[in-house]
Design a binder for this molecule. Structure first.
Ligand code: AVI
Length: 326
């Protein structure tokens, strides 16, 4: 019998539950709505209906982000693979349906793939499907809150680590939190480990505002769906027809800001508490920061990375960066 000199752990498929902390949604929502200006965390967008609406957003003609990033991954996957090397442990943050990683797997031939997501059920089914399609790959879905420290499955062994964070989801953090997040990623991948990350670039406000306020009104429904989610989960009685969707590019901050604006004076009950709204009053629901390549590179450097390579599209809309942890 021939025994390979290099022992690669082989477990096929294994689910890891890192037990993400359960948030007190009631307290968090009431606290946000008691703030001035009122705010709701974007994490409440993503119930089942919200996740489906987000998928629909990614197909919209105005929402160039997803298709531009996919184009970049397709065009540059050979170079990405040759820089990253084979046999790595590939960790995807907020993996969702693992759609984008499929573009890289054949070229990268990683030793293991660790999709990390807070939702257990969706993570399980998406990871099982990916394993079925790629039986040569160790797939270790890990349910964890990636904005906090979490342990990688021990089965990933000593393979070099590569974190993948596509979709410009980094833009939904405030810049200081984005640097803290990347510092955390740097600790997880260790010196020499890598971060492959997609970032939406600054551009003309007309293009940006259309991407977040599409003609078909899908983003408006996505925004309003947060109120439906509160109605279902916190026994609230929001009338969604009395809130309009607002998406504005704040040039000073370099971010799209989304709001729900009350179209009338109204009172809403949430978990037994009354919240008053004046006509024109807004709830801030999301920030989506846009970065120039130099600006984002400086943030990654602050977090302890150096830039190895980066790629952008012909219209300078989106960028993918490959960083190495120092
Ligand atoms: C998930 N995230 C990167 C999206 C974005 O573009 O900031 C969320 C989104 N909000 C409205 N449209 C899409």
């Amino acid at each position: 019998m021939i025994v390979s000199a290099r022992v690669i752990p082989k477990h096929g498929y294994k689910f890891y539950d890192r037990k993400p902390a359960v948030i007190d949604m009631r307290a968090d929502v009431l606290d946000g709505l008691a703030s001035r200006p009122k705010r709701l965390s974007p994490k409440y967008f993503y119930d089942e209906a919200g996740s489906a609406l987000f998928e629909a957003i990614t197909e919209l003609p105005e929402y160039y982000l997803t298709r531009t990033e996919i184009g970049l991954l397709e065009t540059h996957r050979d170079e990405i693979a040759s820089r990253v090397g084979e046999g790595v442990c590939l960790i995807e943050y907020g993996s969702g349906s693992s759609r984008k990683i499929r573009l890289l797997l054949e070229r990268l031939r990683p030793q293991s793939y660790v999709p990390v997501d807070i939702s257990k059920e969706h993570l399980e089914s998406a990871a099982r499907l990916l394993y079925k399609e790629n039986p040569w790959l160790n797939v270790y879905p890990t349910s964890a809150d990636y904005t906090t420290d979490f342990r990688l499955p021990s089965a990933t062994g000593s393979a070099p680590r590569v974190a993948f964070f596509p979709g410009s989801s980094i833009g939904n953090f405030d810049p200081g939190d984005a640097v803290d997040f990347m510092r955390r990623v740097g600790r997880l991948v260790g010196p020499g480990g890598r971060l492959l990350i997609g970032v939406d670039r600054k551009k003309d406000r007309v293009i940006l505002e259309a991407a977040y306020d599409d003609a078909a009104g899908v983003t408006a429904e996505f925004n309003r769906n947060v109120l439906r989610h509160l109605n279902a989960t916190l026994d609230a009685d929001f009338d969604t027809s009395k809130f309009s969707h607002v998406a504005l590019y704040n040039e000073t901050l370099g971010c799209i800001q989304m709001f729900l604006e009350s179209t009338t004076d109204q009172s809403v009950r949430i978990a037994g508490t009354s919240i008053e709204f004046r006509t024109g009053e807004r709830i801030h629901t999301e920030n989506s920061y846009k970065y120039e390549p130099g600006e984002f590179t400086a943030m990654a450097e602050q977090a302890g990375f150096r830039r190895d390579a980066w790629w952008t599209d012909g219209r300078d809309r989106f960028a993918i960066f490959l960083f190495v942890a120092i």
